[in-house]
Design a binder for this molecule. Structure first.
Ligand code: HAM
Length: 422
């Protein structure tokens, strides 16, 4: 064997790719219903963008980025997520100046993180995400969560849990941060090296530490909910009551902090409770990032969004045993017998395709029996059989595979005949 695929990446082959196309189409359809428009940004950006937005103390920036220097000596990074690029583009293209606000965008594309690969965790994965910028109306927070849940529900998932928290505004976060430092500082020596660093740089992230998760100080750590100012509390209350009015179930988890720095107010994750989904139960995550546009040189702009990976979505569908209604069949397979018929076949097949039929024929010089077998394998609805005699008489025989009914049709009418039947 010569070359192997890089660790943590996947080839998506025919037979599986149809599932990807199906879920992508579903995501696009739901975005169009919610009036989100697609944005496509580059796969790499200036490294600095991610340092400023995702945050230079986060795991993503410190351990997971694919960063390289190009031939012009610029530091570039394969995007680890989509929010930074989307907000960069929003600022750079002055989308805030367009008459229709908020700016509601979605993306579907590959992201790259140098993580330890395992089920549901890849080094290249595809995120579907949305970003709504320009509004701090709590009902748009609810809209973002509703859209995310709709994608899962409409694909047939049932064992879902929407977990919600608030991180408060700047002022509330500052008060909470100080309380966290005071709480952990006296005994920080008992925590892992990462947490010791986090104490000053990003104490909130201590709460998210996998190694120290069972330390007794974790359970008694001050909750952001005790440090919310009135504005933050009211905001959160409205988000919750809007979700309730919409009939969307959620649970509150005051320890949900998210792994990226740009969040404030609403933060949420959608989990799968399906048995067999694996150790990682998070399907998607998102939240509000007021101030991010400003941070990267734009005007003060509220924003909220979420992202899910299609890999985890497909794993969840498998775990719940959901079969997607994928149609992958040909309308017609053309079987040709004899030299003259084989010569006629390409133009006839071309005629089928121009008329909009999904059609194919043999290219491997197969015997008749093998051609029928090939037709079977394509799940063709009809098999059109062209033999020497038929050709001489200007007819072709058309067999409907489901019923076995066979009809002789004039050659010049066969395309219309099949079109009428399907
Ligand atoms: P995140 O929580 O880092 O947030 O990632 C969002 C989702 O991407 C995860 O819930 C998961 O579905 C998927 N994901 C992340 N890493 C991997 C991986 N290595 N393999 C497979 N799937 C993965 C963000 O990326 C934010 N930009 C979300 C957001 C948008 N917040 C506001 N707007």
């Amino acid at each position: 064997m010569g070359y192997q695929i890089p660790r943590g990446t996947q080839d998506i082959l025919p037979g599986t790719v149809e599932k990807w196309q199906y879920v992508e189409n579903k995501a696009r359809e739901i975005c169009s219903r919610y009036n989100y428009k697609e944005i496509r940004t580059p796969i790499f950006e200036h490294t600095e963008l991610f340092l400023r937005s995702v945050g230079d103390t986060t795991d993503i920036v410190q351990k997971e980025m694919y960063t390289f220097t190009d031939r012009g000596d610029r530091s570039l990074t394969l995007r680890p997520e989509g929010t930074a690029s989307t907000v960069r583009s929003y600022v750079e293209n002055k989308l805030f100046g367009l008459p229709q606000q908020p700016t509601k965008l979605y993306y579907i594309g590959p992201m790259f993180r140098y993580e330890r690969p395992q089920a549901g965790r890849y080094r290249q994965f595809v995120q579907f995400g949305i970003e709504a910028m320009g509004s701090d109306d709590p009902s748009i927070d609810a809209e973002v969560m509703a859209l995310a849940m709709d994608v899962y529900k409409e694909l047939g998932l049932k064992q879902l849990r929407l977990v919600l928290n608030t991180l408060g505004d700047k002022e509330s976060r500052k008060a909470h941060r100080d309380a966290l430092v005071a709480h952990f500082e006296p005994r920080i020596g008992e925590f892992c090296h990462d947490c010791q660093n986090r104490l000053q740089t990003n104490p909130l992230r201590i709460l998210d530490c996998k190694k120290d998760r069972d330390h007794e100080l974790m359970k008694t750590a001050p909750s952001i909910h005790d440090y919310l100012n009135d504005e933050s509390r009211n905001y959160f209350e409205t988000v919750k009551s809007t979700l309730t009015d919409m009939g969307i179930d959620f649970v509150i988890d005051p320890t949900l902090v998210r792994g990226l720095d740009y969040y404030n107010h609403t933060a949420f994750e959608i989990m799968s409770d399906a048995e067999g989904f694996g150790a990682i139960t998070t399907l998607s995550g998102g939240g509000r990032y007021n101030g991010l546009a400003e941070e990267i040189g734009g005007p003060a702009t509220p924003g909220i969004g979420f992202a899910m990976s299609l890999e985890r979505l497909l794993l969840a569908l498998d775990a719940e045993g959901v079969t997607l209604p994928i149609e992958d069949e040909l309308d017609c397979y053309l079987v040709a017998m004899g030299e003259a018929a084989k010569e006629k076949a390409p133009s006839l097949l071309y005629q089928f395709r121009k008329a909009g039929l999904k059609a194919d024929k043999d290219y491997m010089d197969k015997k008749i029996k093998a051609q029928f077998k090939a037709a079977d394998r394509t799940n063709a609805k009809f098999v059109a059989v062209l033999g020497e005699d038929e050709l001489a008489n200007g007819v072709i025989s058309v067999k409907e595979m489901e019923t076995g009914n066979q009809t002789e049709v004039k050659l010049e009418e066969v395309t219309q005949y099949i079109l009428n039947q399907i």
